[in-house]
Design a protein around this ligand. Structure first.
Ligand code: NI
Length: 172
């Protein structure tokens, strides 16, 4: 297994749209294993292939406290969404930033596992939010892009300031 490099916002590669997986090959299983290792090491509760610069519809998620409930969603589709929640979200591609995003409270997802077997998942709470967050990545959307224009501008200003400070440190 190998840890993969996670792209950081606003890397333009995070905007690429992921293609459906058509071949359930040993390479796909390797990708899933590497993504899981990368997610656990970060540590994070979810990771989309887009974030490791692989533009295929693959997601790994583990929202359990004990980190022993890995879920693999290949080609996920939300077939039902209900309710509304606003929770604090963070993202491995947006280190150190958290903000509230409105999501559906409950979702039903159809997906395939790493072997191509289809399954249906009813999710609520953190799992439902995490699925929607990761599926956004597959569509090229990072959660900060769901915030108000003002918040996005503030976040970009903060990023620019951090960059300037880092550059100053580098030459000091
Ligand atoms: Ni994310």
């Amino acid at each position: 297994m190998a840890r993969l490099t996670i792209l950081e916002y606003p890397d333009p590669r995070l905007k690429r749209i992921a293609a459906p997986v058509t071949e359930f090959s040993p390479e796909l299983r390797q990708l899933v294993a590497d993504m899981a290792e990368t997610m656990y090491a970060a540590p994070g509760i979810g990771l989309a292939a887009t974030q490791v610069d692989v533009h295929k519809q693959v997601i790994v998620i583990d929202v359990s406290e004990t980190k022993d409930d890995l879920r693999v969603l290949v080609n996920p589709k939300i077939v039902r969404a209900e309710g509304e929640v606003k929770g604090e979200e963070g993202c491995l591609s947006v280190p150190g930033y958290y903000d509230g995003v409105v999501r559906a409270e409950r979702v039903t997802v159809e997906a395939q596992d790493a072997e191509g077997r289809p399954f249906t998942l009813d999710a609520e709470g953190l799992l439902a939010v995490c699925i929607q967050h990761e599926m956004d990545h597959l569509k090229g959307i990072v959660f900060v892009e769901r915030l108000s224009q003002l918040k996005q501008l503030r976040y970009k200003a903060r990023l620019a300031k951090q960059k300037r400070e880092a550059a100053r440190r580098a030459v000091a």
